[in-house]
Design a binder for this molecule. Structure first.
Ligand SMILES: Cc1ncc(COP(=O)(O)O)c(C=O)c1O
Length: 496
């Protein structure tokens, strides 16, 4: 039966509750906005009225049978999936749930090395063995990007016992691999395909975008609707189709990592965002792509700057590109993306999504207005006018992107005895923690990998360029495996 996407079952019921003046003798303690605070002065207490916990009639996210189930069914329908799960812990949580419910300890999973840190954490929690596929290294832009079908095919043929293939659709930079071809090849060998669509939630709503995971035939995908569709930050979904998905295991994994007090604000924001993108996406996305194309053309007229678009990526073995991203190469001006990122914020009140050494990235959505793009062009022109007269030398690619060799499974390294050493004494040691640059949150080294001088050089370069380095250990130290104790310890403890 055709679904009525005008309906918002969860939000409608929540609104009814908020307007019902029910006396709250339950949690949350703000008592539906009766405890005044500073934030209420700005946001009003209506936001608090919508922040209910689990009153009668609002269903239970751990086992939905009412309005959450109805809202999730509409979500699944909008995404061409069979089933949808609402998540309040972002796609981080979706990735944990997908990998943990698919791989048991010591089972293999094929995945790109430049996965988000949540996938690495899922390897630690599940105990799975990663088979990494090297992503395309774009030396011109200094980034690790997509994977190619040929490389995934080789990994599948070399590891016929792998349980699943994990694909990013699209990468942080908007580039996709030939997902359908990967799915067909993996399915023919009984491997599941699970997809990180943190940046691809809008794909199913316009034929002008790359295809979404469900259309490509993948088994599971997690989508950050909060990133590109317009729900509140942290609200994501996990969508599935086909007979390979074990829903009992998936549900119990989700419930293991989901709060028992999921935010009704986040859940209702998913419900209403789905309605909007379902009706508005097909109309607004083509207009947005046109606006983005025009903006790229204007940026290309600015001395020292160059927009990087679909044609550029297609030349670099990409399968497709999400044109709602604007990437600008800035390093020919002699300054880094980090410099431009800071300048745009400090001097022009523009917050970008990401900077890398050679580029900046702006993420657009159907909420982007023409005036916002005009402001970006004006600011970039001002940067060029300020820097060009200095006659600086273009910045040459410096990052080596030599991915470390794995010595042991991430889970084993995570649990092994450890010690802390200064970074400059860590060469040839085995990492016991992930070290990453944020954003995008992709680890330079993960637990179980050998630390080489090249890795330390890359890290040093990022540090000096002012990037945020995330790791457990601070102050120039790194957590490594204590090899001496590890040997004795391994005799006593057989890790799963
Ligand atoms: C490629 C990728 N995957 C997963 C995530 C995690 O998504 P979320 O922020 O919704 O938890 C991110 C976040 O930036 C990401 O860039």
């Amino acid at each position: 039966m055709e679904k009525d996407h005008k309906l918002t079952p969860f939000y409608t019921k929540l609104l009814e509750y908020a307007n019902s003046n029910t006396v709250s003798h339950d949690v949350p303690g703000h008592k539906l906005g009766q405890v005044h605070n500073d934030m209420m002065d700005y946001a009003g207490n209506k936001m608090y009225k919508l922040d209910a916990n689990a009153p009668r009639g609002l269903d239970n996210l751990n086992r939905p049978t009412g309005v959450i189930m109805e809202a999730a069914d509409l979500m699944a329908d909008a995404f061409g999936a069979e089933k949808a799960y609402f998540l309040t812990g972002g796609t981080t949580m979706g990735i944990l749930a997908m990998i943990m419910s698919t791989c048991r300890a010591k089972e293999k999973i094929i995945l790109p090395r430049n996965v988000h840190k949540s996938a690495i954490n899922a390897l630690i929690l599940s105990g799975a063995i990663p088979i990494f596929v090297k992503p395309y290294i774009d030396q011109e832009l200094g980034i690790a990007n997509h994977i190619t079908f040929e490389d995934v095919k080789k990994a599948i043929l070399d590891n016929p016992d792998a349980k699943a293939v994990f694909v990013i659709n699209p990468t942080y930079f908007g580039v996709t691999s030939n997902l359908k071809k990967i799915v067909d090849f993996a399915h023919a060998r009984d491997m599941m395909v699970i997809v990180d669509e943190a940046h691809g939630s809008h794909f199913p709503f316009s034929a002008q975008l790359p295809i979404g995971a469900m259309e490509a035939g993948a088994d599971m995908s997690s989508c950050s609707l909060h990133k590109t569709v317009g729900s509140l930050t942290q609200s994501s979904i996990l969508i599935t189709q086909g007979a390979l998905v074990d829903h009992i295991r998936l549900r119990s994994t989700i419930n293991m990592i989901q709060s028992t007090s999921p935010s009704s604000l986040l859940l209702s924001s998913l419900d209403v965002a789905r309605k909007t993108i379902y009706f508005e996406g097909p109309i607004q996305i083509p207009k947005l792509i046109e606006m983005a194309r025009k903006t790229r053309a204007e940026i290309d007229l600015i001395p020292g700057l160059r927009s990087i678009g679909k044609a550029d990526f297609l030349k670099k073995k990409a399968f497709n590109y999400d044109e709602t991203k604007i990437i600008v190469k800035v390093s020919d001006l002699g300054i880094t993306g980090f410099d431009v990122y800071k300048e745009l914020f400090d001097e022009h009140h523009i917050q970008l999504e990401l900077a890398e050494t050679h580029l900046i990235l702006a993420v657009l959505s159907i909420g982007t207005k023409q005036k916002d793009l005009d402001a970006l062009v004006v600011a970039l022109r001002a940067v060029s006018e300020k820097i060009m007269p200095m006659g600086l030398e273009p910045i040459q690619p410096k990052i080596k992107y030599i991915f470390p060799e794995a010595y042991t499974r991430p889970r084993e390294a995570y649990h092994a005895p450890k010690k802390y050493v200064p970074l400059n004494q860590a060469v040839d040691e085995i990492a016991a923690e992930s070290v990453m640059i944020y954003p995008p949150g992709i680890p330079i080294v993960i637990p179980g990998e050998l630390i080489s001088q090249d890795i330390l050089d890359d890290l040093d370069f990022y540090q000096r360029s002012g990037s945020v380095i995330l790791s457990d250990t601070e102050g120039g130290y790194i957590k490594i495996i204590d090899k001496e104790y590890w040997e004795k310890w391994s005799e006593l403890y057989e890790d799963e």
